[in-house]
Design a protein around this ligand. Sequence first.
Ligand code: WTA
Length: 657
Amino acid sequence: MSQSDITSVLVEHRRFPPSAAFSKQAHIKSMAQYKKMYAESIKKPEVFFGRVAKELHWFKPWKKVLEWKEPFAKWFVGAKTNLSYNCLDRHANSARRNKIALIWEGEPVDEAHISHTRNISYDSLLRQTCQFANVLKSLGVKKGDRVMIYMPMIPEAAFAMLACARIGAVHSVIFGGFSAEAVKDRIQDCGASAVITADGGYRRGSVIELKKNVDAAVAQCPTIKNVIVVKRTGQPVHMESGRDHWWHELQQNASYECKAEPMDSEDPLFILYTSGSTGKPKGILHTTGGYMVGSYLTTKYVFDLKEDDTYWCTADIGWVTGHTYTLYGALLNGATSLIYEGAPNHPGPDRLWQIIDKFGVTIFYTAPTAIRAFIKWGEQHVLKHSLKSLRLLGTVGEPINPEAWMWYHTVIGKKRCPIVDTWWQTETGAAMLTPLPGVTPTKPGTATLPFFGVDIAVVNKEGKEVPPNVGGLLVIRKPWPSMLRGIYGDPERYKKQYWSEIKGFYFTGDGARRDKDGYFWVMGRIDDVVNVAGHRLGTMEVESALVGHIKVAEAAVVARPDDLRGQALVAFVTLKTGQTPGDALKDELRAHVGKEIGSLAKPDAADIRFTDSLPKTRSGKIMRRLLREIASGGEVKGDTTTLEDFSILAKLRTDED
Ligand code: WTA
């Protein structure tokens, strides 16, 4: 075994082939058909993707499908297109004109349990996008400018993203649960000139003060010239004269027509921040043509999308899944996509099931962390609803434990719906490992086989493929259309982060094994980025927040396994001399992390452990690996030769309870 091998303990023998009826109606119907298409996509990617791309609209054709100078790829070189044109005009100028593009369901319900719903047709979505694109133009936003979007899940968030794409402004969406501090860091990193936000957002019955956070962030961001505010909750907010504008006031004078800017295939489309192991968030950069083709094609085949589907991807648009599968992929396919504003358990734990029945949702795509929460709340909430309309289920975000998969299959899918477990990353732009629902026999816990054009493998440190069922590093060996084009403003970090670990390959940062059938079992992150409730967090960011507290000297944050959230954060905290540990301080630290990063980064009180010192290497690096083992209640194994002070380990263990 080489050093990078990982021991695998998960054994799973259950297999679930798709029903003959599902396969018969599916876009791709047989394993033979998948294999043939896959072989062509790998051997002749230019032929395969050149043909697929022609299903979309290009103002000017490409000269070359792919230009690859490792690690920089260009797809559809020389072509001109526009993503918003392909999502909107293409359908609005067809028989789909009055088809519903977006169904929106608001979170609040009144005493009669009536909620606010909006159905937006392709034609109307086009008009409202154009109108807002004109608003942006009137404020001087131009092609190439960066625009931050920090909004609740309301249709205006979709208009905003599509309007940016229409005029060539580069959007960067920040999840509404992030703090002012996080907003500030991201604006400063990309030098944005405008922020689009709302007064507030509804979440589980309370209001998140988005505008207030923007005010605090923008005070430290001189590049911001304009802040556009949607009135959603109606609570009083400060409006800075000359800088802040109400969306509804600006739009009154804006026309409903706006020509889509012909964008170069390689023009930037969006930046999306994701945690990096060094603490500073990485601005993952995606460009236009390749991302468009990748999100179009995966949505079509992975979800087997048909004209009459009602498709619901529950991801917030602040995450890449919301970009690719709630919005762009669905609209590129002319589908009807559902957006729900709020929490899954508001006003009751059956809200999602009620929504599925209300709208006749046929395809439902969510995250393992959500599935674990449903399990915790109890299946009685599900059984109140029929869920008869469902025909396909999906999951994404972290490895799904087989028992959660079985629950999803039985209680939600009634053993009738195939489950597509899709593995991918912010960096990959679109699904990479996934079953095809009419083709692939699934097994609980595996994302199965590669999608078209994805040359993926499990290798050791030397880049050699490891034998079946041996864990190793998950790498991608060839460029794919929706791959990231870099880290915004930092090409060196891009090379170092993804292309230096294993020569010639893109390193995903994940560990995996491949079974005898060639199925990939992803085992999670190799480095110390942790995945809490489906969200990737850099432990360094949490540590920095803790150390920012006046009483804290040093902190190390690691993950321990957690039944509900996948992983939970454990913080080892060293206090400044003279400070006394205690429950009150734990609460203070939790509140502090919440303010600096957002509540999802808050460790539970029981997971904050005060310690006199931390295990470090001689050069002063904290040995998180050892802390992880302690936090998980396991024995400290592996190499401890670089450890500076052995007595610390014993102390940390006895301090545990
Ligand atoms: C993990 C989300 C196992 C993985 C689209 C990956 C998964 C990281 C799966 C990316 C899955 C995502 N099975 N692990 N089906 N999907 N992951 O950037 O560790 O938020 O590298 O993108 O989540 O997270 P990100």
